[in-house]
Structures are given as structure tokens and as C-alpha cells.
Design a protein around this ligand. Structure first.
Ligand SMILES: Nc1ncnc2c1ncn2[C@@H]1O[C@H](COP(=O)(O)OP(=O)(O)O)[C@@H](O)[C@H]1O
Ligand SMILES: Cc1ncsc1CCOP(=O)(O)O
Ligand SMILES: [Mg+2]
Length: 262
């Protein structure tokens, strides 16, 4: 794993264009800004081209899109392919709502993406595997998580990050598992969105998106674990704030020391 990409990210301060959702946009912006990237958000179709041109990566979060916004998402992602900017997709709740899955699949049919990051319920839905997703959460299922992630990576010819207690990252062939975790991630709405946008930042500085996704996930998971261990009491609200603090403070040595992966 290329943990020193964290240093590269801080040196380059990549512009991370995010189409976010109204629920978690501020945590996403502050999280990746603290980490060392330069976030910019937009919902306006008419500025899609210059936004993409100046960005190093484009992260599209499908958490709360409207019908009108689909046109903007289509324009942005088409420009991103044209200008060769990596696209990261967060398919929020596509396992729970068919409308979302259909729109997401239409988008994925139109464009090439670098990374899809979702929980097991979302990844299973896009991989056409039976699963009982629960709203924005992973829900329950009995399928083999690695096989599901690989199936989607092959189907969409991209890297897949399937988050959960263990995070599974695959390019369709190789698989890396990251074991760092804390239950507090589940108590903070937006943990997944922040992870997807963190992956976007690293894809903006490393063209090997499999490597970028691994480093991003390790940095994010270790940051959460370090915060959880330092808290005298596990408090959901404070965790959200301290996670942003730790994304600012975390260094390569800390990630090297605590990252638990194979
Ligand atoms: N059961 C769990 N226990 C501990 N950490 C988890 C668990 N599920 C997910 N995480 C962590 O939470 C973060 C967000 O992932 P996840 O909750 O799967 O995304 P989402 O919020 O989109 O559902 C990741 O860093 C992941 O490692
Ligand atoms: C609650 C909610 N509703 C629509 S998007 C969203 C945030 C989802 O955040 P995450 O997937 O990171 O938990
Ligand atoms: Mg999510």
C-alpha cells in the first residue's frame, strides 16, 4: 500500500469537485479540506465544463438527487470522461430504492468510472445480487462479500470499495481488506460520504485508482479508529467533529503504525 500518497496529497492540494447531498455536504467539505484537498461543490449544469476542467477528480454522491439534477450529473460526468478526470460514485441507498438503482445504472451505462464506493447493500444491488438493504445502511444478506465486490468491479470495469466492518477493495482480480474500524462510524451519518470523497481526493493525485482507493480507505479508517480510542466516552456528536480534526492531524507514520490490512 502506498501510504506516502498522503504526503503527495498534501503537497498537491488537489481540487476535489463534489456533487454532494444536502445532508452531509458540510462534513464532506470540512473533512477533505482538513485532510489537505481543496473541495468545491456545485449543483449548476451551466458551469459543469469549467468545474470539471479545473478539478483533479469528480465525486458524485447520489444521496439526495432530484430529477433536474440528473441532467447536471450527466453533463458533469460526460465532461469528466472527456477531460480524463477520475469519477468516483457513491450510490447511496440504491439497494433500498429501485428508482435510485435504475438511475444509477443508467449513469454507469453512459460513462466510465474510476471507483464505486458503497456499503454491502449498495454494491450488491449494482452487482445484481440478492440482498436486503435497509435505507442508507447495508442491511442483511448472505452472499460472499468479496465475490459481490469483484462482480461489480468486473461488470463496470472499475475499482470497487465495499465498506463495512472490514472494507473490501478490489479491481475485479486482486482484493485488499482493511480491518481498522470503530462502531462510531455507524453513529455518524456521512461516514460513508466522507470516505467516498476522501477516495476522490486520492484519485486526484494517483492515477492507479486501486492504490488510491486503498490509501484513502486506510487513512480514513485509521483516523476514525484513533479518535475512538482517544475518547473517554464513545459520543456520536463529538466523534464527527474529532474525525475532521484527526483528518487534519493524521500523518503517514500514524497510518503506517496502525493500518491493519492484507
Ligand atoms: N459494522 C461496522 N463496524 C465498524 N465500522 C464500520 C462498520 N460498517 C462500516 N464501517 C466503517 O464506516 C465507514 C463508512 O462505511 P459504511 O458505513 O459502510 O458506509 P455508508 O455510511 O455509506 O453506509 C467506513 O470507514 C467503514 O470502515
Ligand atoms: C441520511 C441521508 N439521506 C439521504 S443521503 C443521506 C446521508 C447518507 O450518508 P452516509 O451514506 O455516509 O451514511
Ligand atoms: Mg452511504
Amino acid at each position: 500500500m502506498k501510504i506516502d500518497l498522503l504526503g503527495t496529497l498534501r503537497k498537491k492540494n488537489p481540487i476535489a469537485f463534489n456533487i454532494s447531498n444536502f445532508v452531509t455536504v458540510q462534513d464532506v467539505a470540512n473533512g477533505i479540506n482538513a485532510l489537505g484537498a481543496s473541495p468545491i461543490m456545485s449543483e449548476e449544469k451551466n458551469e459543469a465544463e469549467p468545474m470539471v476542467q479545473m478539478a483533479d477528480s469528480v465525486t458524485v454522491n447520489l444521496g439526495a438527487f432530484t430529477e433536474g439534477q440528473l441532467e447536471q450529473i450527466s453533463a458533469v460526468t460526460t465532461f469528466a470522461n472527456q477531460y480524463k478526470k477520475p469519477i468516483i460514485i457513491d450510490p447511496v441507498a440504491v439497494g433500498a430504492v429501485d428508482y435510485r438503482k435504475e438511475r444509477c445504472n443508467e449513469l454507469l451505462d453512459q460513462i466510465d468510472v474510476a471507483v464505486i464506493r458503497g456499503n454491502a447493500g449498495e454494491i450488491a444491488a449494482l452487482a445484481d445480487v440478492e440482498w436486503n438493504a435497509k435505507g442508507i445502511d447495508a442491511g442483511e444478506g448472505s452472499g460472499d462479500l468479496e465475490e459481490i465486490a469483484k462482480k461489480l468491479a468486473k461488470k463496470r470495469n472499475c475499482v470497487v470499495v465495499e465498506s463495512g466492518k472490514t472494507d473490501i477493495i478490489t479491481d475485479g482480480e486482486a482484493v485488499v481488506r482493511i480491518y481498522n474500524e470503530t462502531d462510531l462510524f455507524k453513529l455518524h451519518v456521512g461516514s460513508g460520504d466522507m470516505l467516498s470523497s476522501t477516495i476522490g481526493c486520492f484519485c486526484g493525485v494517483e492515477h492507479d485508482y486501486f492504490e488510491a482507493a486503498q490509501t484513502a480507505t486506510a487513512v480514513f479508517d485509521v483516523a476514525g479508529e484513533v479518535v475512538a480510542k482517544s475518547m473517554p466516552k464513545p459520543l456520536a456528536g463529538s466523534f464527527g467533529v474529532q474525525l475532521i480534526d484527526e483528518l487534519h492531524l493524521i500523518d503517514t507514520k500514524t497510518v503506517e503504525k496502525y493500518a491493519n490490512f492484507e
